[in-house]
Design a protein around this ligand. Sequence first.
Ligand SMILES: [Zn+2]
Length: 441
Amino acid sequence: MKQTLLLLFWAVAAAQAAEPDWKPIEDRAVTFLQRYLRIQSVNPPADSREAAEFFKKELEAAGFQPKLYVTDAATGKVNLLVRLEGKDRTKKPLLLLNHFDVVPVDRKAWSVEPFEGIIKDGWIWGRGAMDMKGTGTIHLFSMLTMKAMGEKPPRDVLMLVTADEETNGTYGIRTMIRDHWADIECEYVLDEGGFGSRDMFTTGGKLAFGISVAEKQAFWLRLKAKGTAAHGSQPIAENANMILLDAIAKALALPDRGNQNEVVARMRENLQQMAANKFTNAIQKNTISLTTLTSGVGSPVKINVIPSAAEATLDCRLLPGVSSAEFLSEVKARINDPRVTVEVASDPADPGASKMDTPLFAALKKALLTQHPDAVVTPILIPYGTDSVRLRQKGVTAYGFTPMVVDAATVATMHSDEERIPVSEFKKGIRIFYELLKSDF
Ligand SMILES: [Zn+2]
């Protein structure tokens, strides 16, 4: 559509009514998302030039002035920032945060083309539909609709789309915080994290919307075992593989500490009955996953050689408030073997939980209930990491929230195969964010 035609589109959609004419807006948003899913902004290399231009065009046609930040010209990493002016310009803004990049696909495990934006059986399919092009498009269209309707949010609303969330945000959120903080300084952030579900959080098919207010700390460890090389025909006690296996078993034997986390306590209170699954299990305690094992001599590895060294990595996730230094010394004490070293491979951040009783949380709840009157809305803790942690470190109140109802099977398609979202939920999401931006916070 040409720019003048686009302007005309928004003029007709708004047409001085109290309520937007949703049908054409929703249709346009669905088409936009399909085209967005066709842009292969895979990370690595996280080349976001095409996606950023795609957003920029749509915004400029509606009268916005988006700004692009080229953070790595060699690989084409670009961030986009746009502002919708609010009524009270003295208040710090609300920042809507999403990302252009998506993780790679295992093409043969998909039943549809992952980069075609196909609509089938009421679902939009494609890499990034859940994580996070669907929500990014919802952010965008809620702002476009506000502008077209002549509505002003209570304070400025910014939307930041980053290039490389999927590889720890070096050129995305980290660069924006380090070099452009004045441009994005805000009181609130809405990011990914929580969502609505009938089976993820609670039992009996009750609809619960989880809004994440905190995340666990990613604490990564590398175990290295040293032994003696020998011929596989004659077993020895100093076999590095056996030393490592013993150390891993001891490291994994986490003591049961009970759960004192305040966010989880609030979840229990609101949900009454917590569902039993890997998600709810992970948010109630410290966890360790054995993620890699490296050993053997030669390539291909020799079956008849006992190696002198073996390595494993442990992805430990600690509850907010747990000291990583203490956790580490407990792991070392359990292993208690001079032949095994434990190295730290990540630097966990623990800014704690964002406040749960804020005008924004109340406004979110109200906006959600307009589309899902039967929902329980609760703060949640999430087991994985998001960009929100960097913003919480800057003192920002950050909530993670995908405005769609999805089941556990759909959530599991993130970073996996057959990623998709229900078209109807995507459309509701735009209305939820529009309601939110119009309300008081
Ligand atoms: Zn994401």
